[in-house]
Design a protein around this ligand. Sequence first.
Ligand SMILES: [Fe+2]
Ligand SMILES: [Fe+2]
Length: 235
Amino acid sequence: MKLFWNLLSIIIFFVGLFVGYGLRKKEEKRKSKLVWSRFERRNIMRTINALVAAIDFKDHLTKSHSDNVKHYACAIAREMKLPPAEIERIKEACQVHDLGKIGVHDNILTKPGKLTPEEIKEMRLHSLAGAVILKPFPFLEKIVEIVRQHHERYDGQGYPDGIKGEKICMGARIMAVADSFDAMTSKRPYRQPMNMAAAIEELKNNSGTQFDPKVAEVFIRLLEREPELLKSVER
Ligand SMILES: [Fe+2]
Ligand SMILES: [Fe+2]
């Protein structure tokens, strides 16, 4: 009888050891997959950012534009108390939002004057092109959505899909305000930059048509409270 219990304990011991080893291997595999995907994600984002830097270099007029948009959009997102993970997504999306301009001809991108209707048509392809370039990376799914929608308008008159209101994701509604504000307050060869008061007036005039009124209101409140927000970006 004693031998039976001894054998049973030995069998239980080895079964326990075997199961424990199996579980540990499974956990190690799961962790290494997680580490690899983070590593992979970082490298892919670095490559994409290098592409964006190449566009900025080519298009000296919009140099620092992506950084400025990120600066404004993150300030709005924080003021709206969005979850940290969403703010992080908006930040990454801002950095790459005009990536699709890589497909726009240099003479259009650097034209020192207003664009013709044909040129505007080509320029407008950039939000869709950016989404197409980023689409093969499944972990960028949410960023792709923001990039695709960043020129949609709250009244549905934007592009490429003409979606309206809250059908446009929050990240893209925030980016639309930040993107336009940076364009308004930056110098162009055919016009001087708008001052803060004029740009705020423009945001008010287009609230509810081009911009989500809630997002525009938050940004105006933020600019009136912290005017240094405009001064702290590179011009
Ligand atoms: Fe854009
Ligand atoms: Fe932009």
